[in-house]
Design a binder for this molecule. Structure first.
Ligand code: G3H
Ligand code: 13P
Ligand code: ZN
Length: 324
């Protein structure tokens, strides 16, 4: 079936340009929360409306495959109306997380996304530049903003994986930004995807010195941090107390993320912490009430726990409360 193109403005969404300008000058970061289902979206919208925070709704390729792209688009449109209904509309961006091809980015732009990431970080430098440039050229004709990436994060992503970090080389950033025309740049400074970011005994520090050097080379340019879950230990404990087996799960300290958010870092990606919060709540209910089989009885508490987590991040880590 031939699909009719949908522009994000029709859905009431915004691109990230103005949000990033304000975040960079204001010394805070916009939350970029991943979602795959209704409960995650409800928690994000409730948390952002209650704290009056702008938000980036992130959808990965895996999320699109899991939840169906058409349904996700309608959920995002619903999020805009839901926020209004809750009494305090907040700016909402619909963003493709870790786009790996031009075709995927184009498809998202044509179906209502207001922002896309093209992740060419695993390619040679020149190939990364060429691919990113191509996406930017198409995106900008639709007033869609683009995030590129330089440097490789350790950990596993859906389509892109790397065993170890390759930190972003500060001497490459000016050239990359000017050749590609990207609107924001994801960098690798020691964060990584998932719940196992450091080994026991390792110093769980990110390289804020590299961030500082990058900022000096491209002052005021919006920087993005992926892999920024903190892996709250109370959640890990709850999961393990109720039948889970998460061994040595370690994340990024919230104090370090707060420091990064005060600088040119204006988008912080958090997915794993939400997964942990939901899993902890679901495990607890099912363990304590084995007679339950109504999904609302365990997904409801999971949604409530997510909302609490997201509000905490906004107020105490990102500093985006009151900035909508
Ligand atoms: O960086 C990856 C995000 O956490 C999305 O994960 O590809 O499993 O949906 P996913
Ligand atoms: P975490 O796995 O640390 O939550 O990172 C998520 C992310 O970077 C999404 O792109
Ligand atoms: Zn990521």
């Amino acid at each position: 079936m031939q699909k009719k193109p949908v522009g994000y403005k029709e859905l009431g969404l915004v691109n990230s340009r103005e949000l990033f300008e304000k975040a960079v000058t204001g010394g805070y970061a916009i939350p970029a929360y991943n979602f795959n289902n209704l409960e995650q979206l409800q928690a994000i919208v409730m948390a952002c409306v209650e704290t009056k925070s702008p938000v980036i709704l992130q959808v990965s390729k895996g999320a699109r495959n899991y939840a169906n792209e058409t349904l996700l688009r309608h959920l995002a449109r619903g999020a805009v109306e839901y926020a209004e209904e809750l009494g305090s509309p907040v700016p909402i961006v619909l963003h493709l997380d870790h786009g790996d091809t031009f075709e995927l980015c184009k498809d998202c732009i044509d179906s209502g996304f207001s922002s896309v990431m093209i992740d060419g970080s695993h390619l040679d430098y020149d190939e990364n530049v060429a691919l990113t440039r191509k996406v930017v050229e198409y995106a900008h004709t639709h007033d869609v903003t683009v995030e590129g990436e330089l440097g490789v994060l350790a950990g596993i992503e859906d389509e892109v994986s790397a065993e170890t970090h390759t930190y972003t080389q500060p001497e490459e950033v000016e050239d990359f930004v000017s050749k590609t025309g990207v609107d924001s740049l994801a960098i690798s400074i020691g964060t990584s995807h998932g719940a196992f970011k450091f080994k026991p005994g390792e110093d769980p520090k990110i390289r804020l010195d590299i961030l500082e050097e990058i900022e000096q080379r491209i002052p005021g340019f919006p920087i993005v941090l992926h892999g920024s879950s903190s892996v709250p230990q109370d959640l890990v404990r709850t999961i393990n107390e109720h039948g889970g087996k998460l061994k040595d799960a370690i994340g990024i300290g919230e104090d370090q993320l707060r420091e990064a958010a005060r600088s040119a870092v204006c988008k912080i990606n958090i997915d794993s912490d939400g997964r942990l919060a939901m899993t902890a709540a679901v495990r607890k209910v099912l363990d304590e009430h084995p007679e339950e089989f109504d999904p609302r009885k365990y997904l409801g508490p999971a949604r409530d726990a997510l909302k609490v987590l997201y509000m905490h991040k906004i107020r105490n880590v990102l500093g985006s409360d009151g900035k909508a």
